[in-house]
Design a protein around this ligand. Structure first.
Ligand code: NDP
Ligand code: GDR
Length: 382
């Protein structure tokens, strides 16, 4: 019998990689997708199957984490062996603008899934993975952070995720459900949303190199994150649900890096050396030098003269990106995952940055070729 998985948040970064992984392992994958006025399945279009074909192994269902009846019906219809609850309003800064919605989708949404499994008498059959986060650690209590480190959430997002973490533990203890938390530290990829800092940087670096953008505005350059690759992290999610006993696991690389250094690394991939000058809000990043060979090989000779002529700073600080309360330092200790799950990441930070830069340069090149060929982005009002 084929195993059945239900992924909430299948259209997001992790959902896309996880769907790919589970399909490769022979699962039938059901995914929850939100209705939106534009297509929102870009990340999984390569996995899409014509709904008119029998025996599809990827099926999408309209739904929302704020709609109990909808979630309960989908779980009833699909009878999943495994639920990966990845859906969330996942942007920390935006959660300060939408705290109530974030609590509903990220916090109570998790309860809705757990309660549906209980009401449908699936507690023995269905295993649940909850997408918990290093943001739970918030204000630094201990470094590196591990499963036993106390939580101190610093955003409406993190507080909502703290509820989700504990309700998962509670349902495990109260109803004997195989429900586990993966406490994942930041993980990135070419599929990362464009407003998270790493993707914002790699995308801007590619655009600046091709003369499509002059400046990259960032917030706190000094915060430190433990960045891994999403491909490695979805593998950990799968492993967590294959264990005989449910439990909670930290997934991290154990290495932390400043946002400022991530900027340097991204530009360095295409031969541009960034030098930061000034302090605080006045700190700026300038092009110190360009390695012509690397630039020509990665970006293209046709863009070289223009980049050599840039004298203005290419990185500046914009206080609008500061958060009312910040998480300054995250660094994870994944000893438990390494020993119990036998999980080890394949990507280090250099390989991650390279993967993201290659992808963004390719994407931006496509855009410049289209523009040069006389094509423009469709304007609905023309
Ligand atoms: P994304 O933001 O890329 O994806 C979030 C997904 O959730 C999208 O599919 C989105 O749909 C969906 N979604 C959002 N709100 C709702 C809702 N109300 N109802 C149904 N679906 C909804 O996040 P990631 O893939 O990066 O992260 C996956 C999960 O892991 C999230 O829960 C996140 O909080 C958590 N996490 C992420 C980490 C990371 O570094 N990436 C680290 C630790 C935890 P749509 O595409 O329509 O927007
Ligand atoms: P984070 O990721 O908040 O850690 O949450 P994000 O990439 O948004 O921020 C990381 C750090 O970079 C600083 N920063 C900026 N951030 C953004 N987005 N935009 C900027 O311009 C900018 N400039 C500096 C931030 O202040 C922060 O310190 C991510 C999400 O995926 C969560 O869902 C997940 O739970 C955690 O990672 C682990």
């Amino acid at each position: 019998m084929k195993k059945v998985a239900l992924i909430t948040g299948i259209t997001g970064q992790d959902g896309a990689y996880l769907a790919e992984l589970l399909l490769k392992k022979g699962y039938t994958v059901h995914g929850l997708k939100r209705r939106s006025s534009l297509f929102n399945t870009d990340r999984i279009d390569h996995l899409y199957q014509d709904p008119h074909v029998d025996d599809r192994n990827l099926v999408l269902h309209y739904g929302d984490m704020t709609d109990s009846m909808n979630l309960t019906r989908i779980i009833q219809e699909t009878q999943p062996d495994e639920i990966y609850n990845l859906a969330a309003m996942s942007h920390v800064k935006v959660s300060f603008d939408t705290p109530e919605y974030t609590a509903n989708a990220d916090g109570i949404g998790t309860l809705r899934i757990l309660e549906a499994v209980r009401l449908l008498n699936l507690t023995k059959k269905t295993r649940i993975y909850q997408a918990s986060t290093s943001e739970l650690y918030g204000l630094v209590q201990e470094v590196p952070q591990k499963e036993t480190t106390p939580f101190y959430p610093r955003s409406p997002y993190a507080v909502a995720k703290m509820y989700a973490y504990w309700i998962t533990v509670n349902y495990r203890e109260a109803y004997n459900i195989h429900a586990s938390n993966g406490i994942l530290f930041n993980h990135e990829s070419p599929l990362r949303g464009e407003t998270f800092v790493t993707r914002k940087i790699t995308r801007a670096a590619a655009r600046i190199a091709m003369g499509m953008q002059n400046k990259l505005f960032l917030g706190n350059l000094s915060s430190k994150r433990d960045w891994g690759h999403a491909k490695d992290y979805v593998r950990a999610m799968y492993l967590i649900l294959q264990q005989d006993e449910p439990s909670d696991y930290v997934i991290a690389t154990g290495i932390t890096t400043e946002v400022r250094e991530f900027v340097r690394m991204a530009f360095a991939e295409i031969g541009i050396k960034i030098e930061f000058k000034g302090e605080g809000i006045d700190e700026k990043g300038y092009i110190g030098s360009v390695d012509k060979d690397v630039f020509t090989k990665t970006v293209g000779a046709e863009f070289l003269d223009a980049i050599l002529a840039v004298k203005e700073p290419v990185v500046e600080v914009d206080a609008n990106y500061f958060r009312p309360t910040e998480v300054d330092l995250l660094i994870g200790d994944a000893t438990k995952s390494r020993t119990k799950l036998n999980w080890t990441p394949e990507y280090d930070l250099k390989a991650l940055v390279e993967d993201m830069m290659i992808s963004d340069v390719k994407l931006m090149k496509k855009e410049t070729y289209l523009k040069d060929g006389g094509f423009r982005v469709l304007n609905y009002f023309e």
